[in-house]
Design a protein around this ligand. Sequence first.
Ligand code: FES
Ligand code: FES
Length: 186
Amino acid sequence: MPPYTLTVNGQPRTVDVPADMPLLYVLRELLGITGPKYGCGVGVCGACTSHIGENQAARPCVVPVGAVGDRPITTIEGLAPDEESLHPVQQAWIDHDVAQCGYCQPGQIMAAVALLAKQPSPTDADIDRHMGAGTPGAPGNICRCGTYVRIRAAIKSAAGAMLGGGCGGCAGASASAGAESSARGP
Ligand code: FES
Ligand code: FES
């Protein structure tokens, strides 16, 4: 059983685990990175959504650690550029007070960042398809609290900030601690 050295949020992390162990277990149970949430465990709900590769949304509950290779892994904890700043999507989430219980929100944010990397100015239909209902073979991110309308508004706000060159939230957050906690992760 060879050890695997993964790049997680910019840091090398070595784990000695079976190749078929789901990456989500490695992140949460071995590395203590709990932003990606366990929901369904079968790649359907999106609660664990993180990036494997540059802005590539993936569901680590169904990605064996042996399949990651040298692709960098980014979780919600690694999205902000530094401790004092937020990614524009995180800031938009706070500005629109998106989170309710918050459980799905790290995954929602990571999915939204991946969407904006592919489609910098998505339509409502693009957002709904990507984030909500999904498509066959590419399910959306489920929110049992039904925050989809605010998610759509926050994505449009973040898109505007990113396209406008303004870094909508890079100056730091001023919203409530609870909202920031959901936007940052655990
Ligand atoms: S826990 Fe990974 S998609 Fe549901
Ligand atoms: S905010 Fe509660 S499940 Fe989405």
